[in-house]
Design a protein around this ligand. Structure first.
Ligand code: GAL
Length: 345
């Protein structure tokens, strides 16, 4: 077990955690972000996630990739919500809506870091306080995100937070997997399963509508493993709307279940990710950046559908649709959530 600290651009730091099997999990204090998940496969190494080589490159190209997202992941319609009979207006940053907590949120902050090594696991924690009225959200909100890697090849991300005033809080981690190791290859041939009987349809602004639609007879039925491609080529208006998947799946099981709530398998079957979470949903985004999209990434070009996210959270829109789950954090109460990804190599 080891943690190697290095520079990650002009101001940021990179913490590369290594377990006894040679699995590497690298995270940066810039955005409390995952940068590498790199594993040995036979005599080679394979990078399982998208990322860049410095904080500056994220700022220039895509600041959401791999980041901790908050205060509220996903979209708040019109940037407005009610809390305790008070109306709040938060800063809009995508058309008429507030995406991922508004401009310059968690993903752009330099977090305080702390590392810990023990016999069987290594961890790096990041702490950040979002001040009262940041982008219009109430409460001084302190958030701690801990990334852990253990000798069973489990990567875990856990959140702890509290606020001095009642507020909304619904964080996630915006990791993009590509288990081929190549951002230049589509994730179409990955096998995906998700234990969800329902998904949340979107309107033409990518906002949830409150509906919980049965996945049966739709391209959203991943209860048995199938190729991601089936959702990419589907004629379902919900898939056509976003050119793939950008939808919350409402998870069936409690976390103590033996089987994972989602599983992603590489086309060559040499590596798989098993996900379990305390969150009630997972937003799956198939990196629908558009036909012909190319973005230089690690000596390759990231392409349309060159990654797939498993963003565990309460489904976006919960401030309006309480049936999705509760994202109200009362004053001085402790928020806790955990997601674990078992790496099957
Ligand atoms: C996802 C969201 C997408 C897109 C992406 C950011 O969480 O669902 O619509 O905004 O973040 O690149």
């Amino acid at each position: 077990m080891n943690i190697i600290e290095s520079a990650f651009g002009d101001h940021a730091k990179l913490f590369t955690m290594v377990n006894d099997n040679g699995v590497q999990l690298a995270v940066t204090d810039f955005g409390a972000r995952i940068v590498h998940l790199n594993v040995p496969i036979n005599n080679e190494r394979r990078e399982l996630i998208l990322g860049f080589d410095s904080a500056e490159e994220y700022i220039a190209k895509d600041h959401y990739i791999g980041a901790t997202i908050g205060r509220v992941a996903g979209r708040i319609a019109n940037g407005s919500f009610q809390l305790n009979q008070t109306n709040y207006q938060v800063v809009k940053n995508e058309n008429d809506n507030t995406l991922h907590g508004g401009p310059d949120s968690f993903e752009m902050a330099y977090w305080q870091s702390e590392t810990d090594i023990s016999d069987n696991k290594v961890s790096t924690s990041f702490t950040h306080t979002s001040p009262n009225q940041n982008n219009g959200f109430p409460g001084n909100l302190t958030v701690k995100v801990t990334y852990t890697l253990d000798n069973d090849n489990v990567w875990q991300v856990s959140y702890e937070a509290n606020s001095d005033a009642m507020t909304l809080f619904n964080p996630t981690n915006h990791v993009y997997f590509n288990l081929t190791g190549h951002p230049g290859m589509s994730v179409a041939d990955h096998m995906l399963s998700i234990d969800a009987d329902h998904f949340a349809p979107l309107d033409d602004q990518n906002l949830t509508t409150g509906e919980q639609r049965d996945v049966a007879q739709t391209a959203f039925d991943f209860r048995k493993a199938k190729q991601v491609n089936e959702a990419l080529i589907s004629a379902d208006p919900q898939n056509q709307l976003v050119s793939g998947l950008d939808h919350p799946f409402l998870l069936n099981q409690a976390t103590d279940s033996a089987s994972p709530q989602a599983r992603l398998v590489s086309p060559d079957k040499k590596v798989a990710i098993n996900m379990r979470t305390t969150a009630p949903s997972v937003v799956v985004f198939t990196a629908n950046f558009g036909d012909g999209y190319q973005l230089p990434m690690r000596q390759e070009q990231l392409i349309n559908h060159g990654g797939i996210t498993l963003e565990t959270q309460v489904a976006p829109g919960a401030e309006k649709y309480p049936a999705f789950g509760n994202i109200v954090l009362p004053a001085n109460e402790v928020y806790q959530a955990t997601t674990r990804f078992d790496i099957d190599i």
